[in-house]
Design a binder for this molecule. Structure first.
Ligand code: SF4
Length: 205
């Protein structure tokens, strides 16, 4: 584990809801602009049972699994199933897009990254995951510059993402002006959303 805390969901189409955040340690990628490198190494160990009890005891209705990369935890699908059926919580899973999602409970809201070239990890994307995502799930493009934006547009077209999922755009914080990204989106008139990292703008974790 890296950390567990309560906060406001800052990314995805569920942005703005309060949630319990469960951050797993370890990541198989090394994005050039990673803002959670502290999660590469574990801060402490928790068994699935301990984690389940903690989630169950939480007052929050949403529980958001993030990382690092949560799907590297072999017991995660079972834990999610147990939480979904035994706790009555809505589970959100943030994944970096490089690990298969076929074992994830269909009741989970998935927010999958599609890494652009500036991350230097874009070749690790498992595009087959797009076939598994539900219409209510999100594919998130975090872009640093125009080259990333154009790459994202090509991926959206190649996999018909606008019809399959919610497409969400976000800037690499501090690298690209969100107003500039908004201009590009408006110019293209596509059914995609600009997503600001709400937690960073209001100064919470
Ligand atoms: S996938 Fe996320 S945690 Fe992993 S290196 Fe990239 S930004 Fe960092």
């Amino acid at each position: 584990m890296s950390e567990i805390f309560e906060s406001i969901i800052g990314e995805s189409t569920l942005s703005g809801f309060p949630a319990l955040f469960v951050r797993f340690a370890g990541c198989n990628l090394r994005c050039a602009w990673c803002d959670t490198a502290y999660a590469y190494e574990p801060a402490y160990f928790s068994s699935s049972r301990q984690l389940y009890e903690k989630v169950k005891a939480s007052r929050q209705k949403f529980v958001l699994f993030t990382g690092g990369e949560p799907l590297l935890q072999s017991g995660l699908p079972d834990l999610i199933n147990e939480i979904a059926s035994g706790c009555g919580k809505k589970v959100i899973l943030e994944t970096n897009g490089s690990v298969g999602i076929e074992n994830v409970n269909p009741g989970v809201h998935i927010s999958m990254d599609c890494k652009p070239p500036s991350s230097r990890e874009h070749q690790k994307c498992l595009f087959g995951n797009f076939e598994i995502l539900k219409r209510t799930d999100d594919v998130k493009f975090v872009v640093e510059d125009r080259n990333d934006y154009e790459y994202s547009r090509r991926m959206i077209d190649a996999y018909d993402l606008e019809k399959r999922v919610n497409v969400v755009f976000q800037t690499v914080h501090g690298k690209l002006d969100a107003a500039r990204l908004a201009e590009w989106i408006v110019e293209d008139a596509r059914p995609v959303r600009l997503n600001l990292q709400l937690h960073k703008y209001i100064g919470v974790k």
